[in-house]
Design a binder for this molecule. Sequence first.
Ligand SMILES: [Zn+2]
Length: 219
Amino acid sequence: MLFFPGLLPTGKIDSQLLTIRDGFVNMYVLKASTKLICIDTGWRSKHMLREFNTLQLDIQEVAAVFLTHLHWDHARCTGIFPNAEIYVSEKTITSFSNRKPRSKRPWIQVQDDQQISVSGLQVRFINTPGHTADSVSFLVGGKLLFTGDCLRLCEGEALPFYSCFNKVNTLLAGSARRLANLKGVESLLTAHTGITNNTDRAFAKWREHATAKKRSVTR
Ligand SMILES: [Zn+2]
């Protein structure tokens, strides 16, 4: 079994946000006004259904599932949500058509920077390639940033995900800088290494880097 530090136990994070741990990965459930939204799906259907029951969440109420990328630990359980639309990056179908997980519903491809509204909650797509070419992060409600496997947290700092798992390592720094410079982010939520509300600390180095670069250009 792979080990990642900072994994969260299944449970409530706050009144609107919950997480389910499926072995070595966390997926997230958000409560919108009348519906539920999922970020990724976990990988063991029976386990996921059991955890939904434990949390007293009705899987029928999941209206949308947003996939950060298609690795099996994030995307294998799309088939357990009977009423959900499945949203993926615009880049997903072409680059990963042979790995499309089972799902009863057609997928919806979304462009970079596009916003989807589900039951009053806004989900913004931010392409963050590096871990995979089609990896995407989600900014929800303008303040919760779900990074999938773009970033990992190490003692409160956001670092690129472990290089041995990444397809295009060279793109990750640019993706991290893009996320670091988003305005209004209050929480950073990863898939394998927990969450932090101290986004200034998490992103400090990426912002410094951008500022130093700007300074050297203007000199
Ligand atoms: Zn992955």
